[in-house]
Design a protein around this ligand. Structure first.
Ligand code: FES
Length: 108
């Protein structure tokens, strides 16, 4: 990280040439700037029902267009707010136990 920060700072500083101080070339500096983003896998459920393998809740609703709809609660779904099963990968990577909220159409 220090190396990256040093590179960024150096890119924006003026430099001296034989003819005097040279203004920084911001566009060139930006093209040389390296940004490192590291996403760390982290549990999002530190305490709720940790004795369960996966926390899934369901609610019966009388008026629904589909018999079952799963809503994401892990924030990893590619189809958010709907669950796409990404919680399984998240749980495996972090040891977490999050799962979707299931809305089930209530039988009449
Ligand atoms: Fe997030 Fe299923 S993808 S709960």
């Amino acid at each position: 990280m220090e190396t990256v920060a040093s590179t960024v700072i150096a890119s924006f500083c003026c430099s001296k040439s034989r003819t005097g101080w040279v203004k920084p070339n911001i566009a060139a500096a930006r093209s040389r700037t390296l940004v490192v983003v590291r996403a760390e896998a982290q549990a999002i459920n530190p305490e709720i029902r940790k004795n369960e393998e996966k926390v899934v809740d369901s609610v019966a609703v009388a008026e629904l267009s589909k018999p079952l709809t799963a809503y994401c609660r892990c924030w990893r779904s590619g189809t958010f707010p709907l669950c796409d099963g990404s919680h399984a990968k998240h749980n495996k990577a972090t040891g977490d136990n999050v799962g979707p909220l299931l809305l089930k159409k209530q039988k009449e």
